[in-house]
Design a protein around this ligand. Structure first.
Ligand code: TNX
Length: 733
């Protein structure tokens, strides 16, 4: 509890009728009646699970300028939590009358969700840690409208998948992440702890997994990846930290299901214990461009190692399930390996695909031996595994197959629930599965959208929203930007009866109340961009929601919370210098320009390069000024690589942008490089290093330009690089 200082200002509650709450996720039944319960300095809490009552007390005390005592069960109190026999696992009811708030539930989970619903009837400040509110404005009283709520979730599984391998999130971040999920009544965290780019869980028997496999960098066994740069990057959770995180989540009714991704995606293991690899030297690349990242399935020692690892994982995580991944395996690796081929022969297999099934079946036995059931991505569905094993579907089309085979199935279809995909074309993120705006995320129905007939619906355990973290280095807090508010959609898809869901209504509840709740929770959620339009030199900009503003600058810099607010029309002859962004307090959207405000010149140019072109890409793509076409190299960048643009005639211009990366998903950018400009075609001057957007810009160019050069200063992190045509802008003034 915070220490109250003398500077607290106690506020009177407004005299107006108590406000009806905008719940997210929406409960299945809410009936208001006349009257209200007044919370004031006499407020007490009685009963409840000991964690729950303390949790409620602390959250409420964040907004009140008095302490709230917790009394034993059975005492009369303002908030009475009573356990009854007949309710379901996560079911609860709340009855607010003039005299008290009565919460009924059978399980501590049901009670916890009643508390979440009650918190949504309070001012959003309940989500702020009490300590940060102590100096601020606190309430003397608050009235809650009389209401009867009866509620239970549609699905027993409401999950989030979180990849901590590509980007590492430390223990404190994980605890925050868990709080955010719990506020949304999410009850499962599928924790992707292991992938090519980092092993994140301490295993006592194999210390090198974290001594070596948790770190990448120029001097590390694991190469830099995903803009982690030459510096040592990484981290892992000690077993004590894992236990602390698991217990923290369990208090909040979140079960953590560990995923150890096997037998592919295992580069972090292979650099730590190279003996796990097959006996051949072929560089076969995975989808993500990783080589030597597949366990040999023919070496008996590998199963001993995996048995030992699973033993420790089983003891760390109380969940009944261990997920062994199984996705995107380069099975070709097994074709050239004598040990794998020996297994094929012995088993009478005709295809390496059968070795995959063999591996999964053996892993199931190992996992079972340690008292757990198996889970894995849809890629394991073809094996002869027991129907108690669970499948996590990542392509919607495989959900039906999975239930047809009789598997309990969790659905995280990439078309709806991959939150590493972009919200819109302009924003950062992957596009390979889809662009996933809020409407699309919300439109997902785990049964109907996947063509599951009613009689098989029971096998669909529930939805999961996932975040892969390859692209999270930029901008800060990108995890929260990608997840929220799309996780709010998953929360409601998982909780609320389908017939009660409607996008406009959901969106209205978000904007009227839930954005502010998330803001107080500390979630740096995504704001939509303003709609900017121009008619000649008259510019208008509209905020996406009434309670947000648009701020702007006129000098091409990024708007800040102190930039002026757009109130009417803006007149400007230099549209290319205007920048806009939506703001909600200090949260902001990405910047936008006036559409079409830039013009580009297309002077005749000849491009030469040291890069070998990738298949289907030609260097001449860089001579055409078609920004949808680009150049992709066959191999990773190396120090000394270059691209040289030489103009036929000297070019009079204001600004030149050397832009690398794919134009749409902004992936495959050139890193650790600089650009040069030449006014005589002989002498070049450095115009600076490529920035976080993988580009270099030269502004206010005074002399005609003869040539531009991109110069690579160090090795790259990706299997290839992409480069776009030069953007050459005229003198606007
Ligand atoms: C596919 S989905 C993967 C991940 C990537 C993701 C990027 C799945 C089981 N594997 O390794 O991070 O795409 O969107």
């Amino acid at each position: 509890m915070a220490l109250f200082s003398a500077s607290i200002i106690c506020l009177e509650a407004s005299a107006a009728a108590p406000r009806k709450a905008d719940f997210v996720p929406k409960p299945s039944s809410v009936e208001y009646s006349d009257g209200a319960f007044l919370m004031d300095r006499h407020l007490t809490i009685a009963g409840g699970n000991s964690f729950n009552s303390k949790y409620l007390k602390e959250h409420l005390e964040s907004v009140f300028c008095f302490d709230i005592p917790v009394l034993p069960a059975g005492k009369a109190a303002g908030i009475e939590m009573v356990s009854v026999k007949s309710m379901g696992d996560e079911e609860y009811s709340i009855e607010v009358t003039d005299n008290k708030i009565l919460i009924l539930s059978t399980t501590r989970a049901g009670e916890f969700y009643a508390i979440q619903t009650l918190l949504q009837m309070m001012p959003a400040g309940v989500y702020k840690p009490a300590s940060t509110n102590a100096e601020g404005m606190m309430l003397r009283e608050w009235s809650v409208p009389a209401v009867k709520i009866h509620d239970a979730p549609r699905f027993a599984y409401r999950g989030n998948m979180f990849d901590v391998s590509r980007t590492f999130f430390d223990k404190d971040y994980m605890l925050r992440h868990i709080d955010f999920l719990a506020y949304h009544k999410i009850n499962k965290l599928h924790w992707h702890l292991v992938d090519d780019n980092g092993w994140r869980v301490e295993i006592k028997k194999y210390p090198k997994l974290t001594q070596i496999g948790a770190w990448r960098g120029a001097d590390e066994a694991l190469p830099p990846a995903y803009n982690s740069g030459a510096e040592r990057y990484g981290g892992f959770y000690t077993q004590d930290e894992i236990r602390e995180i698991v217990a923290y989540a369990a208090d909040r009714n979140i079960e953590i299901i560990p995923e150890i991704d096997l037998p592919g995606h295992s580069k972090s293991v292979a650099v730590s214990y190279p003996e796990i690899l097959c006996r051949h030297d072929k560089d076969l690349l995975s989808v993500q461009g990783e080589s030597k990242n597949v366990f040999c399935v023919g070496k008996e020692d590998n199963y001993k190692m995996l048995d030992n690892i699973m033993k420790e994982i089983a003891s760390l995580f109380p969940s009944k399930y261990i997920n062994i991944g199984g996705d995107e395996v380069v099975t070709e690796s097994w074709k050239y390996c004598p040990d794998c081929q020996a297994v094929m022969k012995k088993m009478g297999y005709t295809s390496e695909k059968q070795l995959m099934e063999y591996f999964v079946e053996r892993m199931e036995k190992i996992v079972n031996k340690h008292g757990k059931l198996l889970a894995g991505w849809e890629d394991i569905r073809n094996g002869n595994v027991d129907r108690s094993s669970r499948i996590v579907v990542w392509h919607g089309k495989y959900a039906k197959q999975s239930v047809d085979k009789g598997f309990p199935t969790i659905v995280q279809p990439c078309e709806y629930a991959y939150f590493d995909m972009k919200y819109s074309l302009e924003e950062r993120g992957h596009t390979w599965a889809a662009i996933i705006p809020m409407e699309t995320a919300y439109s997902f129905d785990p049964i109907a959208s996947l063509g599951i007939p009613e009689e098989q619906a029971d096998l669909i355990l529930g939805p999961q929203g996932g975040l892969w973290t390859e692209m999270l280095y930029f901008p800060p807090h990108f995890a929260e930007y990608q997840l929220y508010p799309r996780m709010c959609a998953i929360a409601e898809i998982g909780w609320t009866p389908q017939e009660m869901r409607e996008y406009e209504d959901f969106d209205a509840r978000l904007s009227a109340s839930h954005f502010e709740r998330m803001y107080q929770m500390g979630i740096r959620f995504r704001l939509p961009m303003p709609e900017v339009k121009a008619k000649k030199s008259v510019v208008t900009a509209k905020a996406p929601y009434d309670n947000m503003v648009v701020r702007y600058t006129t000098d091409g810099t990024s708007p800040t919370p102190s930039s002026p607010v757009v109130t009417g029309e803006i007149l400007s002859d230099n549209l290319q210098d205007l920048r806009f962004a939506t703001f909600y307090n200090d949260l902001k959207s990405i910047d936008v320009e006036v559409p079409g405000c830039r013009t580009y010149l297309a002077p005749k140019t000849k491009v030469t390069t040291s890069f070998e072109p990738g298949r289907g890409y030609a260097v001449s793509n860089l001579e055409q000024y078609d920004f949808k076409k680009y150049f992709r190299s066959l191999k990773p960048q190396q120090k000394g690589d270059f691209v040289l643009w030489e103009f036929e005639e000297p070019v009079v211009c204001d600004r030149i942008t050397v832009q690398t990366s794919d134009p749409v998903n902004k992936f495959f950018g050139v890193t650790d490089s600089h650009a040069e400009i030449s006014y005589d075609g002989v002498n070049f001057e450095n115009i600076g290093d490529l920035d976080i957007y993988n580009r270099a810009v030269k502004e206010n160019i005074e002399k005609p330009v003869k040539a531009v050069k991109l110069v690579v200063d160090g090795p790259g992190e990706q299997k290839a690089v992409s480069i776009q045509s030069l953007r050459i802008e005229p003198k606007y003034r």
